[in-house]
Design a protein around this ligand. Structure first.
Ligand code: ATP
Length: 239
């Protein structure tokens, strides 16, 4: 009776040499949901996103997207399916204009049709990027570069957008803005899986979350359940 999840991670393990970074991690994301992965430093959050993107191989388990087993597929094929990750750190091309950075996002075949429309949507969501569209990306502020990274990901027409700490290193006001834009993207119908250290704000945005501890899922629940949990409150909300 359960609907087929858009993303299904089943009992995966990831090793870096002898070191086990993830073990028996399972997670499902339904179409249209926003889901958070929480956890302390080195818990394995980035590793989980990289495994889903195909940037690190899994040593056990399976990953399915839209019902297909993609466990062994190379990263670019996952992007073609609409499984897109915005990496931690901004990674824009500093010597290209804002517009050219955005156009590069539409490189995947699935994004080329309708590129003009998607660009219009991206510039509507990010008016500051429209103002600065001819400027070199490297001349934008940190916050603007983060917005550009988000907008560029949108240009790929993602079905599932994975965000790795989109608010990292930003001032509180900008953290709020990034969160609002993520919410806008989610409202446009994009399914979201995000890693964030700003747990309080993240739990306002997502439907559900999982907490990683030392490479295993320590807890999963709705945003309400996690917000009410003593462990989450103590460890991540400072209460
Ligand atoms: P952070 O919040 O600090 O980014 P994280 O939860 O994203 O942490 P990961 O970056 O996934 O954690 O790291 C999980 C563990 O794997 C850590 O102990 C880390 O040192 C280790 N690790 C990560 N990447 C590599 C790598 N390329 N080679 C070896 N060990 C790695």
């Amino acid at each position: 009776e359960t609907p087929m999840a858009l993303l299904e991670v089943q009992d995966i393990a990831v090793h870096y040499g002898d070191m086990c970074a993830l073990s028996s991690v399972s997670l499902a994301v339904e179409e249209g949901e926003a889901v958070a992965v929480l956890g302390a430093n080195a818990a394995g959050k980035t590793t989980l996103l990289r495994a889903i993107s195909g940037l690190v191989p899994v040593t056990a388990g399976a990953i399915r997207f839209d019902g297909d087993d993609i466990t062994a597929d190379p990263p670019h094929e996952r992007v073609e399916r609409g499984l897109v990750q915005v990496p931690e750190g901004r990674m824009v091309f500093p010597f290209l204009s804002v517009l050219d950075n955005l156009r590069l996002g539409a490189h995947a075949a699935r994004a080329r049709d309708g590129e003009a429309e998607t660009l219009e949507l991206a510039l509507e969501l990010f008016p500051r990027l429209r103002e600065r569209r001819e400027q070199m990306a490297g001349s934008l502020s940190g916050g603007e570069q983060q917005m550009l990274a988000l907008a560029r990901a949108l240009m790929t027409r993602p079905r599932l957008l994975m965000l790795d700490e989109p608010s990292l290193g930003l001032a509180p006001l900008l953290v709020r803005e990034v969160m609002e834009r993520v919410q806008d993207i989610h409202r446009e119908g994009v399914t979201v899986l995000m890693v964030e250290q700003n747990v309080a704000q993240t739990l306002k945005l997502v439907d559900r979350g999982s907490v990683l501890e030392n490479g295993v899922v320590a807890m999963s629940g709705s945003a309400e359940e996690l917000s009410a949990s003593d462990e989450v409150r103590r460890a991540y909300l400072g209460i």
